[in-house]
Write a protein that binds this ligand. Structure first.
Ligand code: ATP
Ligand code: FE
Ligand code: MG
Length: 349
């Protein structure tokens, strides 16, 4: 099965051609520089950039794959969740192509795409496996039992892990996006320099929630610490701050992912989303997984951050199952991963 996939849920305009679990092209036009002056993604700016880039990105993806329309079995597009103005550009392009080229249309849930990046990285991977999805908007522990069969074990109660990185970087005056800069600084600092909270969620009985996380308290703790340090230092100990923050995040995520894997008997843990690139998280997870014999899958960074190949990979399986989306498919800013059956009708026999 060969799919042309389109992804425009946030700030990357992306198109890819995927054949089963193999990538034939994967084109991404990043908008990072357009948003940098604002210190974060501006929805209006994103929509306009998607509009300017979408046709060129699709043409490039088809060209790099070296295939014409007759070789394409279906058009797939991220239709939820995300910035609705951004999603709309991709959805409109996909619907138009499906109509003009007479191809089936498949709307794909963005997080399902992130889950499927693991299949691209490890084509022999089969469910069940556990996925730790850590991105700019999500921090979720998801059990994968098959295409469309997911269980949500835990999530963040407030900020996502990537969001915490971006906010702390901003606080320290390090620019946007914050993850890569903080990660680099952290590797030069002392993780024991400052004691920062891990962000535990307490249950009514006082016990810590085993899988849910919280990062807003950690962000506030860093803000307070910075204010305190400013009274004593002319220059903030940035590397030590970054290293201590990174340790708190990595520990929190590792503890929860390992607990869910052990409690539910998973033998494989796949990591997805932009924060999967984080060196501290990789170290902590690797150290914890090894004695348990737990297999870890870290997809390469270009597949962890937003891309259309992961959307195409998810679409391949939906296509094979006979799922089809109607041509009046709409973009939705919110949709639970557990509700994706709403996107499909069965293929006509
Ligand atoms: P979502 O999929 O939830 O809508 P998103 O797709 O925008 O969010 P991604 O593109 O997957 O998120 O990831 C971007 C996030 O990853 C940013 O918050 C960025 O700071 C973070 N990030 C990137 N590299 C690193 C790193 N090395 N360490 C920590 N965070 C990182
Ligand atoms: Fe994403
Ligand atoms: Mg992104």
């Amino acid at each position: 099965v060969r799919i042309l996939a389109i992804e425009t849920s946030c700030d990357e305009t992306a198109a890819a051609v995927v054949r089963d679990r193999a990538i034939e092209s994967n084109v991404i036009a990043s908008q990072v520089r357009a948003h940098q002056p604002f210190g974060g993604v501006v929805p209006e700016v994103a929509s306009r950039a998607h509009l300017a880039n979408i046709n060129g990105v699709i043409t490039a993806a088809m060209g790099e794959a070296g295939c014409d329309w007759s070789a394409i079995d279906a058009i797939a597009v991220t239709c939820a969740p995300g910035l609705v103005g951004s999603l709309l550009i991709g959805v409109t392009a996909a619907k138009t192509l499906a109509l003009v080229q007479q191809k089936p249309l498949l709307g794909i849930h963005h997080l399902e795409g992130h889950l499927y990046a693991s299949y691209l990285a490890e084509p022999t991977l089969e469910p069940p496996f556990l996925c730790l999805l850590v991105s700019g908007g999500h921090t979720s522990l998801i059990g994968v039992y098959g295409c469309g069969e997911y269980q949500l074990f835990g999530q963040t109660r407030d900020d996502a892990a990537g969001e915490a990185y971006d906010k702390v970087a901003r606080l320290l005056g390090l620019g946007y996006p914050g993850g890569p800069v903080l990660d680099r600084l952290a590797q030069q600092g002392n993780p024991e320099a400052f004691d920062l909270p891990e962000g535990n969620i307490r249950l009514l009985d006082g016990k810590v929630h085993p899988y849910d996380s919280s990062f807003s308290g950690l962000k506030t703790a860093v803000a307070r610490l910075v204010e305190e340090l400013r009274q004593t230092y002319d220059e903030l100990p940035l590397a030590d701050l970054a290293a201590s923050f990174q340790k708190a995040v990595a520990q929190a995520l590792t503890k929860r992912a390992i607990a869910a894997a052990v409690d539910h008997g998973f033998k494989t843990l796949a990591i997805g989303g932009g924060v999967a690139a984080n060196s501290g998280l990789r170290q902590h997870l690797t150290a914890a997984a090894e004695p348990l014999g737990l297999q870890l899958i870290f997809p390469p960074l270009r597949l962890c951050t937003d891309n259309a190949a992961m959307i195409g990979c998810a679409a391949v399986e939906h296509f094979q199952r006979g799922d089809r989306s109607p041509l009046d498919l709409t973009a939705r800013s919110r949709l639970s991963l557990l509700e994706i059956s709403a996107l499909y009708t069965a293929a006509p026999l």
